[in-house]
Ligand binder design. Structure first.
Ligand SMILES: Cc1cc2nc3c(=O)[nH]c(=O)nc-3n(C[C@H](O)[C@H](O)[C@H](O)COP(=O)(O)OP(=O)(O)OC[C@H]3O[C@@H](n4cnc5c(N)ncnc54)[C@H](O)[C@@H]3O)c2cc1C
Length: 294
């Protein structure tokens, strides 16, 4: 594929030169992706891709803009799951009555994403495809075993969240594939996300999410996930096992949270040391458990 020619008039912009294609339908998107393969990037809300292009960490030759596709912005509430179209923005999820009725913790989690202007443009599909390990949607997807529907020109497949995230900013999406829908199972659980970021609106340094039911004073179907402590969100299975069937009790929560934090291997960076992030993880799991059990 020939590289795109320089922009007319010698215009200088921050990203490297690219060709822009506005897709009018899912079919046209899939055709463009199949034609351009690795040299193309999908543009949804642009809230992660554009900064990466501006910093030249991403240099696609072709941009396929899906932001005006009419069919991918929806929330459909079914008895056992929510189906959310890939182009649904964080802000729409935050305000959705369907989401607030079915899974209020999901609407609350949306409110933690960035600042309001970012939430008005950024999409759930873009967040999952971008796969930041501290992203609220990636964390929730792993917590509740969400599924994503992915389409290419030749096939459609449904992928479990546990298989979708393959590493830091990496998924098992192929270059010709479009994420079209996210499926969130409901169950009878409550869920809650707690996180700590250095400034309001920043990505979390560490985030913890808990989902569980309380039956006759006992913890049931306990799920605990952590973001920002590994290359992708992880489940805290040690703590889940400790609490399954246990009485609701704060000291049991604290013990489980500390056990979960002891076995994680976060990376020390500008945001904090390994021990600081472990301590954050313990505190945030503990708070999430208390909130869900309350
Ligand atoms: C200052 C700032 C703070 C932020 N804080 C947070 C935060 O706290 N938590 C958080 O989760 N996010 C945060 N974000 C990121 C924001 O949530 C983005 O909206 C999100 O990461 C990407 O969604 P998008 O729709 O903007 O995708 P884009 O930026 O358009 O795309 C991101 C990537 O996903 C691919 N892609 C997009 N849609 C699809 C699709 N349907 N199928 C296949 N591939 C696709 C693109 O090709 C690209 O590689 C922040 C962003 C900024 C600028």
């Amino acid at each position: 594929m020939d590289p795109p020619p320089p922009l007319e008039g010698g215009l200088r912009v921050k990203p490297a030169a690219f060709r822009y294609h506005r897709a009018e339908s899912i079919e046209e998107t899939l055709d463009l992706l199949s034609r351009f393969g690795d040299s193309a990037k999908i543009l949804a809300g642009g809230q992660s891709l554009v900064p990466m292009m501006n910093m030249r960490l991403a240099r696609p030759d072709h941009i396929v803009d899906i932001s005006r596709l009419p069919d991918l912005g929806y929330i459909a509430s079914e008895p056992d799951r929510l189906r959310v179209g890939a182009l649904t923005t964080h802000d729409v999820i935050e305000r959705s009555q369907e989401v607030r009725r079915a899974l209020p913790g999901m609407a609350e989690a949306a409110s933690l994403i960035g600042h309001w202007p970012i939430r008005c443009r950024g999409t759930i599909g873009g967040s999952l495809a971008h796969a930041d390990p501290a992203s609220e949607w990636c964390l929730l997807a792993v917590l509740v075993d969400a599924q994503v529907e992915v389409r290419s020109r030749s096939a459609s497949r449904v992928v479990d969240a546990s298989a979708f995230f393959t590493g830091f900013l990496s998924t098992n999406l192929g270059p010709d594939e479009l994420l079209v829908e996210v499926r969130i199972p409901l169950g009878q659980r409550r869920l809650h996300v707690e996180e700590f970021s250095l400034r309001a609106g920043d990505f979390a340094v560490v985030a913890a999410a808990v989902a569980m039911r309380v039956e006759d004073g006992l913890c049931r179907d306990v799920r605990i996930a952590l973001g920002g402590v590994d290359t992708r969100p992880i489940r805290a299975s040690v703590a889940e096992r400790m609490l399954e069937g246990a009485p609701v009790n704060h000291s049991a929560f604290t013990q489980a949270a500390e056990a979960a934090a002891a076995v994680i291997e976060p990376t020390a960076d500008i945001d904090g040391s390994v021990s600081y992030k472990r301590e954050l993880a313990a505190v945030l799991i503990d708070r999430s458990l208390l909130s869900v059990a309350a």
